[in-house]
Design a protein around this ligand. Structure first.
Ligand code: HSE
Length: 413
């Protein structure tokens, strides 16, 4: 069987290299007598690449070649990836992708198309880079009702936060370094604004809870508003700030899903996940908490997940793997403001602090104050008791003499 790669960027070139490096092992694991790379599609020229002889620019060469049974899509983005992938599935070629935007936006449609054509559409690499997570959720944890998933799903932001916290590096320098290492998206706004993590939690939520969750249904907040003051207050609280993507079941068959910075306790397994590493905690009713940890971005870890899917496609040519989810439903994802939370709040006082604290304590009985070194005289921070987020925000808006500098959700992972 022949394989084609569409997109010779960081991940696509890693796939070609891994294919060449571990060829014998890959073929023997595929149970095929041969599994060969035949084409690499890219609009750019790579005359010095060891794969130059496979380079093509015309997608139709792949589409029209009956020898090509598996197509790897590592182009990223929706255009032209969506059209190319749809055409391959209709032509009864299995597709493997690392493209989280494609799966988050078009997953249900493409899984249905794959089903109709008796081929596979696999995307292990779309979440968590080299960490096995799609297959564990769909197979190894298949006997569980999954209550909740929480993860550090973006390597770039975790790398930036780690460098800022542990090495005092500036945000800009840390981002530059992440780009040099090939962790960041071509437009790193997708990383730092939380969009990338949002796409990944959409995929995990769709798989875990059974209905497609679209990115525009998920409240998403990135790390651009975080300050070193927040990091210090988190330390005083007994934890760290992480960008956490999470989703879980609520009542009436609905779910919640969101991405935002969150306080994570020092004792949590997520707290010690540093640099480009990702971790995904899955809360099953039979297993309890299970945590998957590893390199969430980068060329070879992601290529590893892609090639494993290629092997799986090669092994399932006669019988398609049964795997997928249902279409979305209106109001399936609840409004995050109705969820019960506890918030860290940092404020600037424009009146007498003692007076303001009295008002706060009357409105939010049980709030706990946090301290940090060298805080400006008019700044203070506290953690609210648990209540629906919209109620906390409403009560805060009624307090006279404060300007809110930042709020961060507290987690219990
Ligand atoms: N930009 C992504 C990240 C790449 O930093 O996690 C892997 O999806």
């Amino acid at each position: 069987m022949k394989v084609a790669i569409m997109g010779f960027g960081v991940v696509g070139s890693g796939v070609a290299e891994l294919f060449a490096k571990n060829h014998n092992r890959i073929v023997s694991n595929s149970t095929q007598s041969e599994l060969e790379l035949k084409y690499i599609l890219d609009i750019r020229d790579f005359p010095d690449s060891p794969f130059a002889h496979m380079m093509i620019k015309d997608f139709n060469i792949i589409l029209d070649d009956p020898e090509v049974g598996i197509v790897v899509e590592t182009m990223g983005g929706l255009k032209p990836a969506y059209d190319f992938v749809s055409a391959c599935l209709k032509a009864k070629k299995s597709v493997v992708t690392s493209n989280k935007e494609l799966v988050a936006e078009k997953g249900y449609e493409l899984l249905t198309l794959a089903e109709e054509n008796g081929v596979n559409f696999l995307f292990e690499a779309s979440v968590g880079g080299g960490i096995p997570i799609i297959r564990p959720i769909s197979q190894c944890l298949a006997a569980n009702e999954i209550a909740e998933i929480a993860g550090i799903l973006n390597g770039t932001t975790n790398f930036i936060l780690t460098k800022m916290i542990n090495e005092g590096m500036s945000f800009a320098d840390a981002l530059k370094l992440a780009q040099q290492y090939g962790y960041a998206e071509s437009n790193p706004a997708a990383d730092i604004e939380g969009t990338d993590a949002c796409r990944k939690i959409c995929i995990l939520a769709s798989l875990s809870f059974g209905r497609h969750v679209y990115p525009d249904e998920v409240y998403t907040e990135g790390i651009t508003k975080l300050t070193s003051a927040d990091v210090e207050y988190a330390k005083n609280w007994g934890g760290v700030v992480k960008l956490i993507a999470r989703a879980g079941r609520v009542d009436n068959g609905k779910i919640f899903a969101m991405v935002s910075p969150a306080f994570v306790k020092e004792s949590s397994q997520l707290a010690s996940v540093d640099d480009v590493f990702n971790a995904i905690l899955v809360r099953g009713d039979a297993t309890g908490d299970v945590v998957f940890y590893g390199r969430g971005a980068g060329k070879m870890p992601t290529a590893s997940a892609v090639v494993a899917d290629v092997i799986d496609c090669a092994k399932h040519t006669a019988k398609k793997k049964l795997f997928g989810w249902d279409d979305s439903q209106k109001d399936y994802v609840v409004d995050y403001r109705t969820l019960t939370v506890s918030l860290y709040v940092r404020v600037s006082a424009v009146g007498k602090t003692a007076e303001i604290k009295k008002q706060l304590e009357a409105k939010l009985p049980g709030i706990k104050y946090l301290v940090r070194n060298a805080a400006p005289e008019n700044e203070f921070a506290f953690v609210t008791p648990e209540m629906p987020e919209k109620d906390i925000k409403e009560k805060l808006s009624e307090v006279e003499g404060i300007s809110i500098l930042g709020t961060i959700r507290i987690t219990d992972y």
